[in-house]
Write a protein that binds this ligand. Structure first.
Ligand code: SF4
Length: 403
């Protein structure tokens, strides 16, 4: 018998509130000094004053010089959503899947500087070797979606599901965009981690092992993937962590095949069917491609959808002269446009909004980290406790085997 508890008060993650801080109506997203960027009212990690005032050109030269002195002691990983001023220093760039494969496969550099967000750096800690350290240049670079799933709420949900469904096997799948603690829960409970590159493969894996899936934290990726397997919307429920039993009855839970955590990406939920219609009105031959973190209606209205790597590859391989409207993060869309001058590539959303947390990796932070390493000082090392690491690695290793 499950006893309903009083609802908790919803808290909007600070990362979600800050999402519009750097939105603008033109496409010139160029770094300013950190002092100037702070004028948007954002609250990022404190940094010594000399870095705060440095102009982007000065930082560029200082980073190049500091990076060269460190040679093979460091490797810089850059997620595709990073600013150009950071990506130009990345030894490897990729989406979270590709970068996690990279972190698992190389053991040379003693410092991995992860220009991405917190959950990615944690994943690199879990997958890298013991002699390596992982550094996140700005400790406040989180992810609003990951912030929507707290381990205590997820543990409550898991206990509720186990109580309501004593005779069922629920397989937990967590999207890469979640804390190490949630990945560890998946490792302990027969679950797996997925990324947008391999979500379908992990669904297939999970459906072969249990009768239900708990998918978290992104309800949209979960729903879009389930639909591909022919699972109806009436077989999916949303789990709202602020309500008893996630806002569902015991019968709803019993009937459901997929339990979707109520989380979303504040960047990808900006895209709408109306924007797709507008793009088609302006460019009748346009190809629309979106990320599966978008709403289901948007994914279904698009011509194609796929992970960050799929979007890049699809446009790269498309014939010259084609037109592409893209529904994903603007730093990446701008870069694809620059790297494919023979095609017209633009963002579906005319208001330009970078992922506010990826944007927190300002060049001043990268410079600070590199200068520190040159002086033998490690700033912003990310750590994960041994038990969490062990259990999370189980779920991550399963992911790396399921392609
Ligand atoms: S784009 Fe969305 S999911 Fe990705 S890091 Fe930013 S907020 Fe998180």
């Amino acid at each position: 018998m499950v006893i309903a508890e009083s609802p908790k008060t919803p808290i909007i993650p600070i990362t979600e509130i800050e999402q519009s801080a750097f939105c603008q109506t033109d496409d010139e997203l160029q770094a300013k000094s950190l002092e100037e960027e702070f004028q948007a009212g954002v609250r990022w990690q404190k940094i010594p004053i000399s870095y705060l005032k440095a102009k982007p050109e000065e930082l560029d030269a200082r980073i190049a010089e500091a990076r060269a002195r460190l040679t093979e002691q460091v490797v810089i990983l850059g997620h595709h959503y990073q600013r150009n001023e950071i990506i130009r220093f990345a030894d490897f760039r990729g989406d979270s899947f590709k970068l996690s494969q990279f972190a698992a496969s190389q053991g040379k550099a003693e410092s991995i500087i992860f220009c991405g967000v917190h959950f990615m750096a944690e994943t690199a800690v879990i997958l890298s070797q013991d002699h390596q350290r992982v550094i996140l240049p700005n400790l406040t670079a989180g992810c609003s979606m990951a912030d929507m799933a707290h381990i205590d709420d997820v543990l409550d949900c898991w206990d509720d599901l186990t109580d309501v469904l004593p005779n069922s096997t629920t397989v937990p799948i967590t999207y890469m965009n979640s804390t190490a603690a949630i990945k560890a829960l998946c490792g302990r409970e027969g679950g797996i981690v997925c990324t947008s590159s391999n979500a379908a493969a992990t669904f297939e894996w999970a459906l072969g092992r249990g009768d239900k899936i708990l998918f978290l934290p992104d309800q949209h990726l979960g729903r879009n993937t389930a639909v591909r397997f022919g699972i109806g919307l009436d077989e999916m429920i949303i789990w709202n962590p602020f309500k008893p039993l996630g806002g569902n009855s015991e019968e709803d839970i019993d009937r459901a095949k997929i339990v979707l955590w109520q989380g979303h990406c504040s960047v990808h939920t900006r895209f709408s069917v109306k924007q797709i219609e507008e793009a088609r009105r302006q460019y009748p031959d346009v190809n629309v491609i979106v990320h599966p973190e978008c709403y289901m209606e948007v994914v279904q209205a698009a011509d194609a959808n796929g992970s960050t790597e799929t979007i890049i590859k699809t446009i790269e391989e498309a014939p010259s002269g084609t037109t592409w409207a893209v529904g994903t993060e603007i730093s990446l869309v701008n870069r694809i446009a620059q790297e494919n001058p023979d095609k017209k590539v633009f963002c579906l959303d005319s208001v330009v909004c970078p992922c506010s947390t990826m944007y927190r990796i300002h060049p001043a932070y990268l410079c600070w980290i590199l200068d520190g390493l040159n002086e033998g000082v490690v700033v912003n090392e990310i750590t994960v406790d041994d038990d969490t690491k062990r259990d999370a690695k189980v779920a991550l290793d399963r992911m790396l085997q399921v392609v």
